[in-house]
Design a protein around this ligand. Structure first.
Ligand code: ZN
Length: 134
């Protein structure tokens, strides 16, 4: 793992949350992106070398809607940048972690992503992400 790439925060109302985070961080969102497969709209903020990703569900049965239903708004996942997502997935599997997907998926922000089940990481949903095309 190279570094924490971003922290994902589940929100009910993206527009309102963008306004809050713009005031909090002193800088506005620099992009919005929908990820159809996950049923989310994301909004990204830069904080130095790191990013904050706000996620709003686009459907009532999507993973973000479910997370908010269970635990309310708040930190949803921590994403780690990796150089080779397939190698990292194989390493984690061998270490006994359970992965939520067998193949890397296309995520937001030009990334291949894979999620590690929170049950195998002390209650934290971990995302692995690899920049596409590097
Ligand atoms: Zn993420």
């Amino acid at each position: 793992m190279i570094r924490i790439e971003h922290i994902g925060i589940a929100v009910k109302d993206l527009e309102k949350a963008e306004e809050v985070y713009a005031r909090l961080l002193g800088t506005g969102s620099y992009k919005r992106e929908a990820v159809e497969s996950e049923g989310v709209i994301t909004s990204f903020f830069k904080t130095g070398p790191n990013k904050i990703e706000l996620l709003e569900s686009t459907r009532p049965d999507g993973p973000i809607a479910k997370a908010i239903e269970k635990r309310g708004e708040g930190i949803h996942h921590i994403a780690f940048e990796v150089a080779d997502i397939r190698a990292e997935m194989a390493r984690l599997k061998a270490e006994g972690f359970s992965l939520l997907n067998d193949e890397p998926k296309r995520g937001a922000d030009n990334k291949l992503v894979c999620f590690v089940h929170p049950k195998s990481a002390n209650g934290v949903l971990v995302e692995l992400c690899q920049e596409i095309g590097v």
